[in-house]
Design a protein around this ligand. Structure first.
Ligand code: FES
Ligand code: FES
Length: 212
């Protein structure tokens, strides 16, 4: 039997659709590539980003703070950028964007992670909790209350990450002494130097034995 390759008549509808699609997309690129004013306008209107987005998105199903999202994202999007820029959850902070400061710490399926080092596309069906997801209505989470009580923050920039890490530190069983807390919180940098008070807050929550 002749193969499809050798028989041009045997082109399926899918084939011709994807060819048409391809021609449409390449036509768009050609038009932009050979018309300098179009290029300038494209960049001014962020068309280049929109085109890249259209061509290169992947579907993602993710639950954030109990809310399900079905999204299309660029494969290179980090979880941090997804949270902050697509879902407008700006409580999670971008400090270094290189895994060195802990400001971007969130929980994924109950485990703390650095969202700046995590590709969102790898979190299919994951359950994410951010600082916005801790309180129950107006009732703050015990760790948030303890940070306020013990002055665990000054400028507050590192605080969401510190709080997410502090909760995980207790849940992981790594809050049995001040030294241990310091060690297991060492990935969270505080430029204001609120470390002593942060340890006070975590110690109080650990000793309080409340459900986290
Ligand atoms: S922003 Fe992720 S560790 Fe600094
Ligand atoms: S409170 Fe300012 S960086 Fe920690």
């Amino acid at each position: 039997m002749a193969s499809k390759k050798n028989n041009p008549k045997e082109v399926t509808e899918n084939d011709s659709n994807s060819r048409r699609d391809f021609i449409k997309k390449s036509g768009l690129f050609t038009a932009l590539a050979f018309t300098p004013p179009s290029l300038v306008m494209a960049s001014e209107n962020k068309w280049d980003e929109k085109i890249a987005e259209y061509l290169e998105t992947v579907p993602l199903s993710i639950e954030v703070n109990g809310k399900k999202h079905n999204l299309n994202i660029e494969p290179r999007t980090t979880l941090l950028d997804l949270l902050r820029e697509q879902l407008q959850l700006t409580g999670t902070k971008k400090g270094c964007d290189h895994g060195q400061c802990g400001a971007c710490t969130v929980h994924v399926n109950g485990t703390r992670i650095l969202s700046c080092l995590t590709l969102a596309s790898m979190q299919q069906n994951a359950e994410v909790t951010t600082i916005e997801g801790l309180s129950k209505g107006k009732k703050l989470h015990p760790m948030q209350e303890a940070f306020i009580k013990h002055d665990g923050f000054q400028c507050g920039y590192c605080t969401p990450g510190q709080i997410m890490s502090g909760i995980a530190c207790i849940k992981e069983g790594h809050a049995n002494s001040r030294e241990e807390i310091r060690e297991y919180m060492s990935g969270n940098i505080c430029r204001c130097g609120a470390y002593h008070n942060i340890v006070d807050a975590i110690t109080e929550v650990k000793e309080g034995g409340k459900e986290l």
